[in-house]
Design a protein around this ligand. Structure first.
Ligand SMILES: *[C@@H]1O[C@H](CO)[C@@H](O)[C@H](O)[C@H]1NC(C)=O
Ligand SMILES: *[C@@H]1O[C@H](CO)[C@@H](O)[C@H](O)[C@H]1NC(C)=O
Ligand SMILES: *[C@@H]1O[C@H](CO)[C@@H](O)[C@H](O)[C@H]1NC(C)=O
Ligand SMILES: *[C@@H]1O[C@H](CO)[C@@H](O)[C@H](O)[C@H]1NC(C)=O
Length: 149
């Protein structure tokens, strides 16, 4: 059973698109030469394409074995096309790793997509019935994002 953990109201438009809204997770860091880092890199090779090729513009991924397992989720807004989704997710991957350098857990939010990765398995509690209420409707002045952790 999922419980609603976080509801964020994002006020748009972002005046400064240079710094997307981001949350640097749990305060735990990885070494740049760690297995965790290579597991993340492995996720990044397919996650953008998996998200943009899914009809729901949504993908999750898991790479590596404990204790270095990396989990990620990418979700594009429901009314954008696959190509815009495939642009947004890699931007999220880059920005998340820059804005939250070496953080094991990070989330970045854009008008068009969300990227979240973590060493904690937040995917296990995502409820398929409700996770995609996210971004299903066009965003005008305000977005409601419900994340389940
Ligand atoms: C990885 O980097 C850390 C600190 O930068 C270092 O202490 C460690 O020896 C390195 N490990 C490997 C396997 O290279
Ligand atoms: C595609 O999206 C559905 C939810 O709409 C999800 O259950 C499925 O895992 C996604 N596919 C991939 C490859 O992540
Ligand atoms: C993307 O989809 C392919 C095919 O379903 C799968 O093998 C791969 O693990 C997925 N990538 C991620 C990051 O989950
Ligand atoms: C996808 O959306 C973008 C942004 O709205 C647009 O520029 C592009 O032409 C669209 N591509 C396709 C294949 O519809």
């Amino acid at each position: 059973m999922s419980t609603l953990a976080i509801v964020l109201l994002l006020l748009l438009p972002f005046a400064d698109a240079q710094s997307p809204l981001h949350i640097c997770g749990n305060g735990v860091n990885y070494n740049s030469n760690s297995s965790y880092h290579s597991n993340l890199d492995q996720l990044w090779t397919t996650l953008p394409n998996n998200a943009s090729s899914n009809t729901t513009l949504f993908a999750t991924g898991t790479a590596g074995t404990a204790p270095d397992t990396a989990y990620a989720l990418a979700l594009c807004r429901g009314d954008i096309n696959a190509s815009a989704c495939n642009d947004c997710v890699p931007t999220g991957i880059q920005d998340a790793q820059q804005l939250c350098a070496l953080s094991k857990d990070a989330t970045v939010y854009y008008d068009s997509c969300i990227l979240h990765f973590s060493n904690a398995n937040f995917l296990a509690t995502i409820d398929d019935d409700v996770d995609l209420i996210l971004l299903k409707k066009p965003i005008s002045s305000q977005v409601e994002l419900a994340l389940f952790t």
